[in-house]
Write a protein that binds this ligand. Structure first.
Ligand code: S3P
Length: 176
């Protein structure tokens, strides 16, 4: 069975929703960033600080290349996964791509809770940076098979919307 891949900007809920969805479907869950952190023995922030974004993107590409060979897995990708066409081609080959979206306000509120995103380090300019990155990436996120706004929905509501889409598309082969 195909993988279910969650993409979307930072703070749209990929990890939370991915874990719940995997639970709901009885499938394994993998968070690509968490796996990169585990294998490097460093947090994403530490990787950015020590080796820079280019190195992180290489790590991300090789992780996605590996994950794209998995089957029947729920995968939460990092927000920047769409920046590489190669990543998206690989993920699409064996997966259905679901983009989670959220308003700038929601993104700022959610990403402001924890200081784990090196791209949003400049506190004074956070809103400007989020808007700029969103503008740059909007078109890339739009290439997903399905889009779900998580701004005003509970995780359960989001899961229900995803389940509806998956059933309609025949991705569950009569299960769940
Ligand atoms: C990034 C998003 C982060 C993480 C890294 C870069 C991005 O993942 O991969 O900080 O470029 O949008 P989340 O989307 O899970 O926060």
């Amino acid at each position: 069975m195909k993988n279910i891949v969650l993409i979307g900007f930072m703070g749209t809920g990929k990890t939370t929703i991915g874990r719940l969805l995997a639970n709901r479907l009885g499938r394994p869950f993998i968070d690509s960033d968490k796996k990169i952190e585990y294998e490097n023995g460093m947090s994403i922030r530490e990787i950015f600080n020590a080796y820079g974004e280019t190195y992180f993107r290489q790590q991300e590409r090789s992780m996605i290349a590996r994950l794209s060979h998995y089957n029947s897995t729920v995968i939460a990708a990092g927000g920047g996964v769409v920046l590489s066409t190669e990543n998206m081609v690989r993920l699409k080959r064996n997966g259905v791509i679901i983009a989670l979206t959220a308003s700038t306000e929601t993104i700022l509120e959610r990403t402001g809770r924890r200081n784990t995103r090196p791209l949003l380090d400049d506190f004074e300019k956070r809103e400007q940076i989020v808007n700029k990155l969103l503008k740059e990436r909007m078109e890339l996120y739009q290439k997903a098979d399905c889009h779900i706004d998580t701004s005003n929905s509970s995780p359960q509501q989001v899961i229900n919307e995803i389940m509806f889409f998956l059933r309609q598309g025949g991705y569950l082969r009569g299960r769940s």
